[in-house]
Design a protein around this ligand. Structure first.
Ligand code: SF4
Ligand code: FES
Length: 347
């Protein structure tokens, strides 16, 4: 049987010591990385620590870094991992990122789990509503909007690869935001406005850098980044625009619509906002502005002229098309709701 080398990142908490260790495991068709790790700890080194339970990509316990990316070990075939092995041919395995390591491949997921609590990811029906005789019914449209976001198995792979969580512990992270989206779009929930307000604050939807790592890491196609983008749109549609992120989005889109080009010179001041509250933030940008001036970037940005007349016309047409499409979707959703209501009454 051909052998495969696994280079495992280990951590011994008794000596506070990190080190790498290599193990060779026989490979056959259908064998997963989790099978290999179990073989190592059952037959070669019983001290290797890892989490697992279902072995069927359901419980979310076995997320870890394989060749540098977070994924479920039970869902990853050795043959797949071999395609991204390192230069020496070894498959590298390590604990998830952005969470403290307890031992070897086991991390403390407390920080990840607490984000769900902060995002209040539970249903909040109207407080004075009498419980129905059977169940709280929801519309199909509402369910269709968030069904993908409820497939999350809380494995933490998205949080592990999140580039914002890496530098900012206050960021709610992809999974909690996707779960919050699920409740924002649930028509049985009564706290939509309050949720959007708090999700638009520090650590919320506007802190995502859209690096796409969460979408790549997620083993359940939850598409957390898409949920974050939709939450931004929902918040702006609900009039929650007094924040850096939505001002940035509006200035960005407004500049492109008007001039056919991104207007970099006005982007920062208009995103920060006007008034005494904006002064500390303005001052904080001074070092960056000096660097941009020195590298002549600001001067180049200011010199940039608008797009050609034909170019601007084409861009306005694209904006119009997107706006018409949104209107069309809203009309369709409204007619569907009316039909659904009628069907329920007839029933
Ligand atoms: Fe795991 Fe995906 Fe849920 Fe993130 S969103 S915790 S990657 S299932
Ligand atoms: Fe349950 Fe891998 S062991 S998801």
């Amino acid at each position: 049987m051909p052998q495969q080398t696994f280079r495992i990142q280990r951590y011994d908490p008794t000596e506070d010591r990190s080190y790498e260790e290599e193990f060779a495991v026989g490979v056959e068709a259908g064998k997963t990385v989790l099978d290999a790790l179990n073989e190592i700890r059952w037959e070669q080194d019983g001290t290797l620590a890892l989490r697992m339970s279902c072995r069927h990509a359901i419980c979310g316990s076995c997320a870890m870094k394989i060749n540098g990316s977070s994924m479920l070990a039970c869902k990853t075939q050795i043959s797949q991992a071999q395609e991204r092995a390192d230069a020496s041919g070894a498959i590298t395995v390590g604990p998830m990122g952005n969470q403290p390591v307890i031992k070897d491949l086991v991390v403390d997921m407390g920080i990840f789990m607490r984000q769900f609590e902060r995002a209040e990811t539970w249903l909040q029906p109207p407080p004075d509503q009498e419980p129905p005789q059977r169940e709280f019914r929801q519309s199909k449209d509402s369910h269709d909007h968030w069904s993908h976001a409820s497939s999350c198995i809380h494995c933490g792979a998205c949080y592990s690869d999140c580039t914002v969580a890496e530098v900012d512990e206050t960021f709610l992270g992809p999974a909690a935001l996707a779960k919050a989206y699920r409740f924002v779009m649930d028509d049985r929930d009564s706290a939509k406005q309050e949720r959007l307000q708090s999700l638009s604050g520090p650590g919320g939807v506007w802190d995502c850098t859209r690096c796409y790592m969460c979408v790549q890491a997620c083993p359940k196609d939850v598409l957390p980044m898409d949920a974050i983008i939709e939450l931004r749109a929902e918040a702006m549609a609900a009039g929650i625009t007094n924040n850096h992120g939505s001002r940035h989005a509006k200035t960005f889109a407004g500049g492109v619509k008007k001039r056919g080009r991104l207007d970099e010179a006005t982007l920062v001041p208009l995103s920060i906002g006007i008034g005494p509250a904006a002064i500390p933030q303005m001052l904080a940008y001074i070092p960056s502005a000096i660097r941009l001036l020195r590298s002549r970037k600001l001067i180049e940005a200011a010199k940039r002229h608008a797009a050609s007349k034909d170019g601007r016309r084409e861009i306005k047409r694209i904006f119009q098309e997107v706006e018409d499409e949104k209107h069309h979707d809203a009309v369709n959703a409204a007619s569907y709701e009316a039909l659904h209501e009628e069907a329920l009454k007839a029933h």
